[in-house]
Design a protein around this ligand. Structure first.
Ligand code: WQD
Length: 326
């Protein structure tokens, strides 16, 4: 099959491209390069610049490359920005998806994998979040991902498109230093930035109802997330009429305090953390049940938190060479 990877020049998308090509699938990248980086696309993989809002360009690329499946990652993904700019997020994430699905169904492409998020659950009050746990997103970002899932499923049913929505939990790490995340929007890079800038890492609240009082999350290596896409793409490619919604996590909770302790041990930048106020909207605990993805795809995460932090740190040092000298 020939897969169009939208957002394939982004952090997670570039890992998906790498995993797909390593698995012997043909990949074409479609990216507007607003945050994507052309240099992340490996040699031999075509890079088509374009927006998911541009129907004409999509038609041209889908036909020109004989695309038979789409993995759609192109989206805006900053929760706080989505609160300030909801119209922008709905346009990029929902309208962009709607236009893409129009092009996909018009071209008769049979398979569609959608990048969703644990943000659809909001503040789940359960130990392990299952795919049938009620969704109650807490931000416009999470809303656009849930609305996206609905749009994907409804279109799949109406047009006979085989679909999968993958709900990623907290993604970290890198396959190699040059593919590392360049954003500083999540716990691991935010702690790197504080430590290498000579500041104490911050714990956003230690009075949560968790064992050490700090928030618990399900961190997952980006290489495992990428491999889940390969497994989903293959599951759809071989079985038409599918409609999958899957958590992509490890099923293991790690607290902010534990993460910071591991980060200081791995980086050698040992500075005690400061506890600050809670960040509004943060749930105490969000940990996946990973059973359904295992049953449906035969996929399971292989990498642990140590691998995530070590590989993320190698990427950070590559981007900030002065970080290694301290
Ligand atoms: C993790 C924990 C913070 C920085 C978000 C989105 C989610 C997904 C991943 C999507 C929280 C705490 C953080 C710091 C801290 N995004 N923290 N000190 O909020 O779980 O999930 O990113 O595409 O949808 O909601 O991830 O990495 O921001 O935070 O204490 O300096 O670390 O409060 O408990 P989060 P995160």
């Amino acid at each position: 099959m020939s897969w169009l990877i939208t957002g394939g020049a982004g952090y997670i998308g570039a890992h998906v491209v790498r995993a797909m090509t390593e698995a012997g699938e043909r990949a074409v990248v479609y990216d507007d390069l607003s945050t994507g980086i052309a240099g992340r696309v490996p040699p031999g993989v075509p890079l088509e610049a374009g927006s998911t809002l541009d129907r004409g360009r999509l038609d041209e690329v889908l036909a020109g490359h004989g695309i038979t499946g789409v993995v759609h990652l192109a989206a805006k993904k900053q929760v706080d920005e989505s609160v300030d700019r909801p119209l922008h997020y709905y346009r990029e994430n929902v309208e962009g998806l709607r236009v893409l699905l129009e092009a996909v169904t018009a071209a008769g492409v049979p398979s569609f994998v959608f990048s969703s998020s644990a943000a659809v659950y909001g503040m789940p009050d359960v130990d392990l979040v299952r795919e049938d746990t009620p969704c109650a997103p807490m931000s416009p970002y999470g809303e656009t991902k849930l609305a996206g899932e609905w749009l994907v499923r409804a279109t799949g049913r109406a047009a006979g498109l085989s679909t999968a929505s993958l709900r990623y939990f907290n993604v970290a790490g890198a396959a190699s230093p040059e593919l590392a995340d360049t954003g500083v929007c999540n716990l691991v890079p935010m702690v790197f930035e504080r430590l290498t800038g000579g500041a104490a890492p911050r714990v956003f609240g230690d009075d949560y109802p968790t064992p050490d009082g700090t928030c618990v999350r399900d961190y997952i290596h980006v290489v495992d997330v990428a491999e889940a896409h390969v497994a989903a793409a293959r599951a759809l490619g071989t079985r038409p009429g599918r409609d999958l919604t899957l958590n992509i996590g490890r099923g293991e909770g790690v607290s902010v305090r534990e993460m910071i302790d591991r980060i200081t041990a791995i980086t050698g930048h040992d500075r005690p953390a400061t506890v600050t106020a809670r960040r509004p909207g943060d749930p105490a605990r969000v940990v996946a049940s990973a059973d359904r993805a295992a049953a449906e795809l035969g996929w399971k995460a292989r990498h642990d938190v140590q691998d995530m932090i070590t590989s993320a740190w190698e990427g950070w040092v590559r981007q900030h060479p002065e970080a290694a000298r301290h």
